[in-house]
Design a binder for this molecule. Sequence first.
Ligand code: HEC
Length: 119
Amino acid sequence: MKKRLLTLIGGLLLIGTLSSCGGSSERQADLANGETIYNKACIACHLKGVAGAAALDDKARWEEIAAKGMTTLLDHAVKGYTGKYGVMPEKGTCMDCTEQDLFDAISFMMDKAAVKPAN
Ligand code: HEC
């Protein structure tokens, strides 16, 4: 009985560990950090929409982007992405940015554009 209880506890711990990793939707956005990153790197293209980037006040474009969901967007920001509008460079040219920094910057831009990601 005691052994079964330990196995049960072990199983629960394992489930807890597994569900806490992955899923970017569980990430918390630090919008203040996002603004810093945005001002450092993303602003060059994303303020006015240079080279096909979505301008901060272009709500229609940001709605189209938000609909892809955060998991996809973070992946595109980290690895870079070529779409129908142009080329989003790897890490948005912020080579020392962490995934969290990029997540924060994306969240900041969406907040400014007043859109919510699909996930
Ligand atoms: C050199 C210009 C440039 C810089 C700098 C830049 N971007 Fe982009 N970004 C683009 C372009 C162009 C697109 C549009 C690609 C398309 O949809 O064709 C884009 C698209 C995106 C998208 C949407 C991707 C998708 O799947 O639709 C996100 C998110 C994004 N950028 C985040 C960032 C972040 C975060 C930064 C700063 C860390 C950044 N970008 C810096 C040019 C840039």
